[in-house]
Design a protein around this ligand. Structure first.
Ligand SMILES: Cc1ncc(C[n+]2csc(CCOP(=O)(O)OP(=O)(O)O)c2C)c(N)n1
Ligand code: SF4
Ligand SMILES: [Mg+2]
Length: 298
Protein backbone atom coordinates (compact mmCIF):
# COMPACT_ATOMS: atom_id res chain seq x y z
CA UNK A 1 0.00 0.00 0.00
CA UNK A 2 3.05 2.25 -0.04
CA UNK A 3 3.04 5.30 -2.27
CA UNK A 4 6.27 6.70 -3.64
CA UNK A 5 7.60 10.22 -3.15
CA UNK A 6 6.79 12.36 -6.16
CA UNK A 7 9.15 15.31 -5.78
CA UNK A 8 12.93 15.31 -5.54
CA UNK A 9 13.37 16.10 -1.83
CA UNK A 10 14.59 13.03 0.01
CA UNK A 11 12.77 12.52 3.32
CA UNK A 12 14.85 12.16 6.48
CA UNK A 13 14.09 11.03 10.04
CA UNK A 14 13.62 14.65 11.14
CA UNK A 15 10.75 15.02 8.65
CA UNK A 16 8.75 12.49 10.67
CA UNK A 17 9.47 14.00 14.07
CA UNK A 18 6.21 15.10 15.73
CA UNK A 19 5.62 18.56 17.17
CA UNK A 20 5.25 17.02 20.64
CA UNK A 21 8.02 15.01 22.34
CA UNK A 22 6.90 11.64 23.73
CA UNK A 23 6.00 11.71 27.43
CA UNK A 24 6.63 7.98 27.83
CA UNK A 25 8.72 6.86 30.84
CA UNK A 26 12.48 6.71 30.12
CA UNK A 27 13.19 3.21 28.77
CA UNK A 28 9.61 2.49 27.62
CA UNK A 29 9.62 0.06 24.70
CA UNK A 30 7.32 2.35 22.71
CA UNK A 31 10.29 4.66 21.91
CA UNK A 32 11.82 1.82 19.87
CA UNK A 33 8.58 1.29 17.97
CA UNK A 34 8.25 5.00 17.16
CA UNK A 35 11.82 5.14 15.84
CA UNK A 36 11.29 1.97 13.78
CA UNK A 37 8.10 3.34 12.18
CA UNK A 38 9.84 6.62 11.33
CA UNK A 39 12.80 4.74 9.85
CA UNK A 40 10.49 2.50 7.79
CA UNK A 41 8.67 5.55 6.35
CA UNK A 42 12.02 7.15 5.49
CA UNK A 43 13.30 3.95 3.86
CA UNK A 44 10.11 3.64 1.81
CA UNK A 45 10.08 7.42 1.14
CA UNK A 46 6.35 7.75 1.78
CA UNK A 47 5.39 11.45 1.96
CA UNK A 48 4.03 12.58 5.34
CA UNK A 49 0.75 13.78 3.85
CA UNK A 50 0.01 10.31 2.47
CA UNK A 51 0.20 8.64 5.88
CA UNK A 52 -2.51 8.53 8.55
CA UNK A 53 -1.66 7.16 12.00
CA UNK A 54 -4.70 6.16 14.03
CA UNK A 55 -4.85 5.00 17.65
CA UNK A 56 -7.18 4.19 20.53
CA UNK A 57 -6.38 5.06 24.16
CA UNK A 58 -3.34 4.06 26.23
CA UNK A 59 0.32 5.04 26.64
CA UNK A 60 1.07 3.42 23.28
CA UNK A 61 -2.00 5.04 21.74
CA UNK A 62 -0.48 8.48 22.29
CA UNK A 63 1.71 7.56 19.30
CA UNK A 64 0.00 9.71 16.59
CA UNK A 65 0.93 12.84 18.56
CA UNK A 66 4.62 12.01 18.34
CA UNK A 67 4.96 11.47 14.59
CA UNK A 68 4.60 13.96 11.78
CA UNK A 69 1.82 12.37 9.72
CA UNK A 70 -1.92 12.96 9.66
CA UNK A 71 -3.37 11.27 12.71
CA UNK A 72 -6.37 10.53 14.87
CA UNK A 73 -6.37 9.70 18.58
CA UNK A 74 -9.77 8.03 18.80
CA UNK A 75 -11.66 6.06 21.48
CA UNK A 76 -10.44 3.12 23.57
CA UNK A 77 -10.61 0.01 21.36
CA UNK A 78 -12.10 1.79 18.34
CA UNK A 79 -9.03 2.66 16.24
CA UNK A 80 -9.55 -0.13 13.70
CA UNK A 81 -13.15 0.93 13.05
CA UNK A 82 -12.03 4.51 12.35
CA UNK A 83 -9.10 3.27 10.25
CA UNK A 84 -11.42 1.13 8.12
CA UNK A 85 -13.45 4.26 7.35
CA UNK A 86 -10.31 6.24 6.46
CA UNK A 87 -9.05 3.51 4.16
CA UNK A 88 -12.39 3.16 2.35
CA UNK A 89 -12.69 6.94 1.96
CA UNK A 90 -9.25 7.17 0.35
CA UNK A 91 -7.49 3.89 -0.28
CA UNK A 92 -4.44 5.69 -1.69
CA UNK A 93 -3.40 6.56 1.87
CA UNK A 94 -0.97 4.48 3.91
CA UNK A 95 -2.94 3.72 7.07
CA UNK A 96 -1.09 2.79 10.26
CA UNK A 97 -2.95 1.79 13.41
CA UNK A 98 -0.97 1.93 16.64
CA UNK A 99 -2.09 0.90 20.12
CA UNK A 100 -1.78 -1.38 23.09
CA UNK A 101 -2.70 -4.91 24.09
CA UNK A 102 -5.57 -3.75 26.30
CA UNK A 103 -6.89 -1.46 23.58
CA UNK A 104 -6.62 -4.02 20.78
CA UNK A 105 -7.25 -7.41 22.37
CA UNK A 106 -9.55 -6.42 25.24
CA UNK A 107 -12.07 -3.66 24.56
CA UNK A 108 -11.20 -3.68 20.84
CA UNK A 109 -11.18 -7.48 20.42
CA UNK A 110 -14.30 -7.47 18.28
CA UNK A 111 -12.88 -4.96 15.80
CA UNK A 112 -9.57 -6.85 15.78
CA UNK A 113 -11.24 -10.06 14.54
CA UNK A 114 -13.57 -8.44 12.01
CA UNK A 115 -10.95 -6.13 10.48
CA UNK A 116 -8.80 -9.19 9.79
CA UNK A 117 -11.56 -11.25 8.22
CA UNK A 118 -12.37 -8.23 6.01
CA UNK A 119 -8.72 -7.94 5.00
CA UNK A 120 -8.69 -4.14 5.42
CA UNK A 121 -5.48 -2.86 3.82
CA UNK A 122 -3.63 -1.35 6.78
CA UNK A 123 -0.77 -2.09 9.17
CA UNK A 124 -1.86 -2.70 12.76
CA UNK A 125 1.02 -2.37 15.24
CA UNK A 126 0.26 -3.45 18.80
CA UNK A 127 2.77 -2.34 21.42
CA UNK A 128 2.22 -5.40 23.57
CA UNK A 129 3.55 -4.82 27.10
CA UNK A 130 1.26 -7.38 28.75
CA UNK A 131 -0.22 -4.74 31.06
CA UNK A 132 -2.42 -1.65 31.12
CA UNK A 133 0.27 1.05 31.31
CA UNK A 134 -1.72 4.28 31.14
CA UNK A 135 -4.07 3.32 33.96
CA UNK A 136 -1.06 2.39 36.12
CA UNK A 137 -0.64 -1.36 35.95
CA UNK A 138 -3.72 -3.56 35.71
CA UNK A 139 -3.92 -7.06 34.18
CA UNK A 140 -4.34 -7.05 30.41
CA UNK A 141 -5.52 -9.78 27.99
CA UNK A 142 -1.88 -10.79 27.38
CA UNK A 143 -0.72 -10.78 31.04
CA UNK A 144 0.66 -14.21 31.90
CA UNK A 145 -1.16 -16.56 34.27
CA UNK A 146 -0.14 -15.86 37.86
CA UNK A 147 1.21 -12.37 37.16
CA UNK A 148 0.61 -10.07 40.11
CA UNK A 149 -0.80 -6.67 39.19
CA UNK A 150 -2.79 -3.90 40.84
CA UNK A 151 -6.05 -5.46 39.70
CA UNK A 152 -5.01 -9.05 40.50
CA UNK A 153 -2.76 -8.80 43.57
CA UNK A 154 -2.97 -12.57 44.18
CA UNK A 155 -1.97 -13.37 40.59
CA UNK A 156 -3.77 -13.48 37.24
CA UNK A 157 -6.36 -16.28 37.15
CA UNK A 158 -7.31 -15.72 33.47
CA UNK A 159 -5.48 -17.49 30.63
CA UNK A 160 -3.88 -14.95 28.26
CA UNK A 161 -4.94 -14.61 24.62
CA UNK A 162 -2.43 -15.57 21.94
CA UNK A 163 -2.56 -12.65 19.46
CA UNK A 164 -0.63 -14.50 16.74
CA UNK A 165 -2.89 -17.58 16.79
CA UNK A 166 -5.95 -15.30 16.92
CA UNK A 167 -4.78 -13.34 13.89
CA UNK A 168 -4.08 -16.53 11.93
CA UNK A 169 -7.49 -17.98 12.83
CA UNK A 170 -9.31 -14.76 11.94
CA UNK A 171 -7.82 -14.64 8.45
CA UNK A 172 -5.12 -11.96 8.65
CA UNK A 173 -3.08 -12.12 5.45
CA UNK A 174 0.18 -10.90 7.05
CA UNK A 175 1.06 -11.91 10.61
CA UNK A 176 4.32 -10.99 12.33
CA UNK A 177 5.89 -10.36 15.73
CA UNK A 178 8.71 -7.99 16.60
CA UNK A 179 10.67 -6.83 19.63
CA UNK A 180 11.34 -3.19 20.35
CA UNK A 181 14.80 -4.24 21.58
CA UNK A 182 15.72 -5.24 18.01
CA UNK A 183 15.31 -2.07 15.95
CA UNK A 184 16.67 -3.30 12.63
CA UNK A 185 14.51 -6.42 12.59
CA UNK A 186 11.44 -4.43 13.69
CA UNK A 187 11.95 -1.80 10.98
CA UNK A 188 12.15 -4.53 8.37
CA UNK A 189 8.88 -6.08 9.58
CA UNK A 190 7.16 -2.68 9.50
CA UNK A 191 8.31 -2.16 5.91
CA UNK A 192 7.01 -5.59 4.92
CA UNK A 193 3.70 -4.86 6.67
CA UNK A 194 3.28 -1.52 4.88
CA UNK A 195 4.06 -3.08 1.51
CA UNK A 196 1.64 -5.98 2.02
CA UNK A 197 -1.75 -5.40 0.35
CA UNK A 198 -4.28 -6.45 2.96
CA UNK A 199 -4.46 -6.62 6.74
CA UNK A 200 -0.97 -6.69 8.26
CA UNK A 201 -0.79 -7.52 11.93
CA UNK A 202 2.41 -6.81 13.85
CA UNK A 203 2.52 -7.69 17.55
CA UNK A 204 5.53 -6.01 19.17
CA UNK A 205 7.00 -6.90 22.54
CA UNK A 206 7.37 -3.40 23.93
CA UNK A 207 8.30 -3.59 27.62
CA UNK A 208 6.58 -1.36 30.18
CA UNK A 209 9.51 -0.61 32.45
CA UNK A 210 7.33 0.97 35.11
CA UNK A 211 4.53 -1.55 35.74
CA UNK A 212 5.59 -4.90 34.25
CA UNK A 213 8.60 -6.32 36.08
CA UNK A 214 8.06 -9.82 34.65
CA UNK A 215 8.33 -9.26 30.89
CA UNK A 216 11.41 -7.06 30.73
CA UNK A 217 14.05 -6.55 28.01
CA UNK A 218 16.25 -8.96 29.99
CA UNK A 219 13.47 -11.57 30.05
CA UNK A 220 12.82 -11.35 26.31
CA UNK A 221 16.36 -11.10 25.00
CA UNK A 222 17.52 -14.72 25.49
CA UNK A 223 14.13 -16.10 24.48
CA UNK A 224 13.30 -14.38 21.18
CA UNK A 225 14.37 -16.37 18.10
CA UNK A 226 14.03 -15.01 14.58
CA UNK A 227 11.99 -17.15 12.19
CA UNK A 228 14.18 -15.78 9.38
CA UNK A 229 17.19 -17.60 10.87
CA UNK A 230 15.56 -20.94 10.02
CA UNK A 231 15.94 -21.26 6.24
CA UNK A 232 13.46 -24.17 6.15
CA UNK A 233 10.63 -22.06 7.61
CA UNK A 234 7.91 -21.38 5.02
CA UNK A 235 5.79 -18.31 5.83
CA UNK A 236 3.26 -19.36 3.17
CA UNK A 237 2.34 -22.43 5.24
CA UNK A 238 -0.56 -21.52 7.54
CA UNK A 239 -0.31 -24.71 9.62
CA UNK A 240 3.40 -24.19 10.31
CA UNK A 241 2.62 -20.61 11.33
CA UNK A 242 -0.06 -21.84 13.72
CA UNK A 243 2.36 -24.37 15.22
CA UNK A 244 5.06 -21.70 15.69
CA UNK A 245 2.53 -19.34 17.27
CA UNK A 246 2.06 -21.80 20.15
CA UNK A 247 5.72 -21.65 21.24
CA UNK A 248 6.39 -19.68 24.43
CA UNK A 249 8.69 -19.63 27.47
CA UNK A 250 12.16 -20.88 26.45
CA UNK A 251 11.77 -20.12 22.73
CA UNK A 252 9.54 -17.29 21.52
CA UNK A 253 9.54 -16.81 17.73
CA UNK A 254 9.65 -13.32 16.26
CA UNK A 255 9.55 -12.40 12.59
CA UNK A 256 7.08 -13.01 9.76
CA UNK A 257 4.89 -15.98 10.72
CA UNK A 258 2.58 -15.90 7.73
CA UNK A 259 1.79 -14.08 4.50
CA UNK A 260 -0.59 -14.76 1.64
CA UNK A 261 -1.21 -12.46 -1.32
CA UNK A 262 -4.10 -14.19 -3.09
CA UNK A 263 -6.95 -12.54 -1.12
CA UNK A 264 -8.22 -9.15 -2.33
CA UNK A 265 -8.25 -6.40 0.26
CA UNK A 266 -11.59 -4.87 1.27
CA UNK A 267 -11.26 -1.82 -0.97
CA UNK A 268 -10.12 -3.92 -3.94
CA UNK A 269 -13.16 -6.20 -3.52
CA UNK A 270 -15.60 -3.29 -3.21
CA UNK A 271 -17.20 -2.63 -6.65
CA UNK A 272 -17.97 1.01 -5.79
CA UNK A 273 -14.25 1.71 -5.41
CA UNK A 274 -12.98 0.15 -8.65
CA UNK A 275 -13.04 3.56 -10.38
CA UNK A 276 -10.81 5.04 -7.66
CA UNK A 277 -11.13 6.54 -4.18
CA UNK A 278 -14.48 8.08 -3.25
CA UNK A 279 -12.94 11.52 -2.81
CA UNK A 280 -12.17 11.71 -6.52
CA UNK A 281 -15.66 10.74 -7.63
CA UNK A 282 -19.09 12.35 -7.54
CA UNK A 283 -20.35 11.60 -4.03
CA UNK A 284 -23.12 14.19 -3.98
CA UNK A 285 -26.66 12.83 -4.39
CA UNK A 286 -28.14 14.48 -7.54
CA UNK A 287 -30.95 16.92 -6.56
CA UNK A 288 -33.68 15.06 -8.53
CA UNK A 289 -32.76 11.77 -6.78
CA UNK A 290 -32.81 13.48 -3.39
CA UNK A 291 -36.18 15.09 -4.15
CA UNK A 292 -37.81 11.83 -5.24
CA UNK A 293 -36.37 10.08 -2.18
CA UNK A 294 -37.86 12.71 0.14
CA UNK A 295 -41.20 12.55 -1.70
CA UNK A 296 -41.27 8.80 -1.29
CA UNK A 297 -40.83 9.18 2.47
CA UNK A 298 -43.48 11.91 2.82
C1 LIG B 1 -14.29 3.00 27.37
C2 LIG B 1 -13.05 3.12 28.20
N1 LIG B 1 -12.80 2.21 29.15
C3 LIG B 1 -11.69 2.29 29.90
C4 LIG B 1 -10.81 3.32 29.72
C5 LIG B 1 -9.58 3.41 30.61
N2 LIG B 1 -8.38 2.99 29.93
C6 LIG B 1 -7.62 3.89 29.27
S1 LIG B 1 -6.25 3.20 28.62
C7 LIG B 1 -6.66 1.68 29.23
C8 LIG B 1 -5.79 0.47 29.03
C9 LIG B 1 -4.55 0.75 28.30
O1 LIG B 1 -3.80 -0.41 28.14
P1 LIG B 1 -3.12 -0.75 26.75
O2 LIG B 1 -4.09 -0.65 25.64
O3 LIG B 1 -2.45 -2.06 26.91
O4 LIG B 1 -2.10 0.45 26.52
P2 LIG B 1 -0.75 0.81 27.28
O5 LIG B 1 -1.10 1.94 28.19
O6 LIG B 1 -0.29 -0.39 28.04
O7 LIG B 1 0.19 1.19 26.20
C10 LIG B 1 -7.85 1.73 29.94
C11 LIG B 1 -8.49 0.57 30.60
C12 LIG B 1 -11.10 4.26 28.71
N3 LIG B 1 -10.26 5.28 28.43
N4 LIG B 1 -12.22 4.13 27.98
S1 SF4 C 1 3.72 3.38 32.07
FE1 SF4 C 1 4.74 1.74 30.94
S2 SF4 C 1 3.78 1.77 28.91
FE2 SF4 C 1 3.34 3.73 29.91
S3 SF4 C 1 4.97 5.11 29.22
FE3 SF4 C 1 5.61 4.24 31.18
S4 SF4 C 1 6.84 2.45 30.61
FE4 SF4 C 1 5.65 3.01 28.80
MG1 LIG D 1 -0.49 -2.43 27.39
Amino acid sequence: MATVLADTKRLAMTDFKGKVDPDWCPGCGDFGVLAAVQKALVDLQIPNHNVVTISGIGCSSNFPGFINTYGMHTLHGRALAVATGVKLANHELTVLVTGGDGDGFGIGGNHFVHSMRRNVDLLYIVMDNQIYGLTTGQTSPTSRLGMKTKSMPFGNIEAPVNPISMALAAGATFVARGFSGDQKHLTDLIKQGIRHEGFSFLDVFSPCVTYNHDNTYQWFRPRVKKLEDDSSYDAANWLSAMEKSLLWDDEIPIGRFFERTDVPSLHAAEPVLTAGPLLRGETRIPPDVARSFVEELM
